[in-house]
Design a protein around this ligand. Sequence first.
Ligand SMILES: NC(=O)c1ccc[n+]([C@@H]2O[C@H](COP(=O)([O-])OP(=O)(O)OC[C@H]3O[C@@H](n4cnc5c(N)ncnc54)[C@H](O)[C@@H]3O)[C@@H](O)[C@H]2O)c1
Length: 324
Amino acid sequence: MRPWTLVTGGAGYVGSIVVDELLERGHRVRVLDSLLHGPVPSLLRMWGREDFDFVHGDVRDADARRAALRDVGAVVHLAAIVGDPACSREPDEARSVNQEGTHELLDDATDAGVQRLVFASTCSNYGKMADSSMLATEEFELRPVSLYAETKVAAELDVLSRSYNGLKTCCLRFATVYGASPRMRFDLTVNEFTRDVCLDRDLVVSGEQFWRPYVHVRDAARSVVLALEAPSELVAGEVFNVGMTSENYRKLDLVEFLRERIPQMQVEFVHRDEDPRDYKVSFDKVNQRLGFGAQRSVLDGIDEVIGLVRSGMLGDPDADVYRN
Ligand SMILES: NC(=O)c1ccc[n+]([C@@H]2O[C@H](COP(=O)([O-])OP(=O)(O)OC[C@H]3O[C@@H](n4cnc5c(N)ncnc54)[C@H](O)[C@@H]3O)[C@@H](O)[C@H]2O)c1
């Protein structure tokens, strides 16, 4: 029987779509997740499938890791305290999950004979670029400006240092993700702006000139499968930015996209110092080496999220379960 593919954090916003994509590609998928954001229904539809298994537990818990790693050939490591606000609210927890949890998982995965590990990192690692007219490639200096990105930079180094002998590891630095997922997140820029405009709120935007790349959640999930299935010599010990070079935007551009769809929207631009991230990213490497191209644009994502918010399917889109 084919070994399991373990997805840590598989009940999350990105994870629940990664699980979809892996099952579709014929993987047997096991999820390890602590359900940090409450009992989300994101994986209910998998219940009863023979090729799906779920371990409710913490990635820092040795027993949970042992149960999750039984008969596993590959690991997708997504479990984390995700985002700047969540990490600054609980800095010790963020370091503990994002760095120590990753370290312990790497130890155990090596011991368990796992062959491939894909780690979810972030383009936030580029922080505030000295010259944002440049496109950051994977070799660019990392200048994290938040604890979240600091923990991801540290974890990346750990992940890459373990790519030897049996285990082959790689890091995917996702652009900021958007789009609909069974575990919806409205604390991500495109989703948040779209929800607010849909609900007839005045949009309050800071740092409107700052650049950031964006990627649809289904495209991000597809990149994980590509990295996992690529010949190991293409990915072992490598970092890939995941997104599309043509999808680098300023927040101002997102406002203009939204205005195309909802022309009566109101927007106020304000000055705040809290999030100085400003980076434009090159996605040539993932395209050239893994053949990855995004299939959806920010405008597609806006349409998708408008439809989702208006469908009524989410209940209260402001509910705590929809943010980290
Ligand atoms: N969403 C984005 O824009 C984005 C961008 C770049 C990188 N990423 C990375 O992608 C990954 C997934 O992000 P997401 O947006 O799906 O976030 P998410 O918060 O929706 O998912 C994280 C999942 O990890 C689980 N988790 C948290 N701590 C855990 C622990 N100690 N043990 C086991 N499970 C735990 C949570 O319950 C949750 O289901 C993260 O590693 C994140 O850093 C996300």
